[in-house]
Design a protein around this ligand. Structure first.
Ligand code: FAD
Ligand code: DLZ
Ligand code: SF4
Length: 510
């Protein structure tokens, strides 16, 4: 008899570890302290995952499987995955443990030693829910100087025959990003996100999380995430119908008090297995072929899943475990307290952090060009920044979070993922949002107490890291502009940055 362990982010019926489950096998799922606290996950993320796990277990049991489900507050619960596997394997006299490969290196590494600890064979199967295996990605990467997402994406389009017209891309272009950078215009009619009804299972988990995880970051309520596959499919449908047509145009736009914009809000369902990547891609492709969404929107959305999502996972497995320790700029500054409280006069940061706290969600440009951009130009310590991103979002798992933060946002990998840092001044945020209108700081003011901090921190970052960046061919123009500045201007930039950091260090609200 075999014990088949199903992890919290493996809620997929066609999972490789469940493929050949037969009568007599036991399917084990457990809510454990070690997984719930390896970082102090947002309260909503824990409610979401525990509720989704309980619903999935009930579904497997309904299909006739023997499921052993361990709740967090079960007095017998040892608190760790190995502890539970040991306990339950002994209870049922099991001969083998089968599991689909954990998505995070931390757990994969630990599991590789389980067999010795258990005295039983432990078979770790490939995760069949991704579209590119780590081995295939390594083959693609071999011999390449740069790992450009765009080329990887084109191969994936060909391989899965997505948006193809014979051998070429539909519409003649692979990428319609140039059409996807519209600033927000007034009077946009932005639909609300999908709201699932709370049922008894979720109600019980809400009480449990309030009891055991009260000191974790984030608001518990309102809670409206999907927790079953059926609900997740409804969330996908509502995206395809209501938001996909505008997804491309306003992909990079940010609007005050509009956390959801035209994004899909399905990352959390994809990452725990309630949805599969190919069905989301096909859903969007169908919308294009039936004329309900334009090509720039559909191609842009598909690129995120078929391109970026698979690419960052490939980079993660190619470069771990060393990737986690990279700190190209030797950045050391601690994460300011306002990342937890949202207590800052920078309205863009206040908006994005408040929304993160309330929803366990922020869309890509908020994560990249506001929260991440600040972390980059302020020289925040990558370890602290990574921990923050890993715990605040409901879709966060290290395999996807780490390359996005260490590679895309902080350039802490020195250029493995990107060819230059995504640093930007307040001008970018002012163009792509309406945040600046209600900010104490002014985006057009470059220096002094009313200046937008992103303006002088941008140049201070360039100055602090000139030895590492000024030979980068894509930074030539930036450094030529800096070289043309007067000495007084450069002193003003540095003085403003020192004043700003001193104020943070004194605990003042900046
Ligand atoms: P949409 O904008 O609607 O995009 C559709 C889907 O494409 C997403 O659900 C996601 O599965 C995929 N996708 C889009 N961009 C990326 C990307 N850069 N990398 C990988 N997949 C992508 N995504 C996570 O799933 N987990 C994370 O922990 C995470 N951390 C991030 C941290 C930073 C600093 C940045 C810049 C990005 C991060 N992303 C992460 C990527 C992206 O921001 C989220 O996937 C997206 O915001 C989720 O919202 P959505 O479902 O509405 O996405
Ligand atoms: C994220 C998470 C949380 C909060 N809790 C559990 C849990 O109690 N039990 C479980 O099996 N999985 C949980 N997970 C998901 C795991 O952390 C995830 O499987 C690993 O990080 C590998 O991606
Ligand atoms: Fe953010 Fe600067 Fe705009 Fe204020 S002025 S919202 S700090 S970009």
């Amino acid at each position: 008899m075999k014990l088949r362990l199903v992890l919290g982010d493996q809620l997929t019926r066609s999972l490789s570890s469940l493929d050949d489950a037969i009568d007599g096998d036991v399917l084990l799922m457990c809510e454990v302290h070690t997984e719930a606290t390896y970082v102090k996950h947002h309260k909503k993320k824990i409610v979401f995952l525990f509720s989704a796990m309980r619903h999935f277990a009930a579904q497997l049991a309904n299909q006739g499987h023997t499921v052993h489900y361990v709740k967090y507050d079960d007095p017998e619960n040892s608190g760790s995955l190995l502890g539970e596997v040991t306990r339950i394997a002994a209870q049922h006299d099991m001969s083998e443990i089968i599991v689909t490969a954990p998505a995070e290196y931390r757990l994969y590494d630990e599991m590789s030693h389980w067999s010795d600890a258990l005295g039983l064979p432990v078979t770790i199967r490939e995760d069949n829910r991704f579209l590119c295996t780590p081995a295939d990605f390594a083959t693609w990467a071999e011999g390449r100087k740069q790992f450009r997402m765009e080329y990887f994406y084109r191969e994936m389009r060909r391989k899965y025959s997505i948006l193809m017209d014979n051998d070429g891309p539909i519409g003649g272009q692979w990428n319609y990003d140039a059409e996807n950078r519209k600033p927000p215009k007034k009077g946009l009619n932005i639909p609300d996100t999908y709201h699932a009804q709370l049922d008894a299972i979720t109600q019980e988990v809400l009480v449990l999380v309030e009891t055991y995880f009260a000191d974790h970051f984030g608001d518990l309520l309102p809670f409206h995430f999907a927790v079953t596959r059926e609900q997740a499919l409804m969330a996908l449908d509502s995206f395809a119908a209501d938001r996909l047509p505008m997804f491309g145009d306003y992909q990079d736009a940010m609007v005050q008090d509009e956390p959801w914009m035209y994004h899909s809000h399905i990352g959390l369902y994809l990452n725990c297995g309630l949805l599969t990547p190919l069905e989301c891609i096909h859903r969007a492709e169908t919308a294009f072929h039936s004329g309900t969404a334009p090509l720039n929107a559909v191609e842009g959305f598909i690129r995120q899943i078929l391109g970026w999502r698979e690419y960052v996972r490939g980079i993660y497995w190619l470069k771990m475990p060393n990737y986690k320790a990279l700190n190209f700029f030797e950045a050391k500054r601690s994460l300011p307290a306002f990342y937890w409280t949202a207590d800052t006069q920078m309205n863009c940061m206040h908006q994005c952090i408040s929304e993160t706290k309330q929803n366990a969600y922020a869309h890509h440009i908020q994560r990249l060009m506001v929260l991440g951009n600040f972390a980059l130009i302020a020289g925040l310590d990558p370890e602290e920044v990574n921990e923050w991103y890993l715990l605040v979002y409901a879709d966060a798992y290290e395999w996807v979070e780490l390359p996005n933060v260490t590679g895309m946002v902080l350039f802490a990998d020195g250029g493995i993922m990107g060819s230059k840092p995504y640093a930007a001044s307040g001008t970018y945020i002012n163009k792509m949002s309406n945040y600046c209108g209600s900010c104490r700081y002014k985006p057009a003011v470059k220096n002094g107490p009313t200046a937008c901090p992103f303006n002088y921190l941008y140049w201070d970052f360039m100055d602090r890291n000139a030895d590492k960046l000024n030979r980068n061919p894509r930074m030539g123009m930036t450094y030529r502009t800096y070289a043309r500045m007067s000495d007084e201007k450069r002193v003003a930039i540095s003085d403003d940055a020192v004043r700003f950091f001193d104020a943070i260090d004194r605990g003042e609200t900046v």
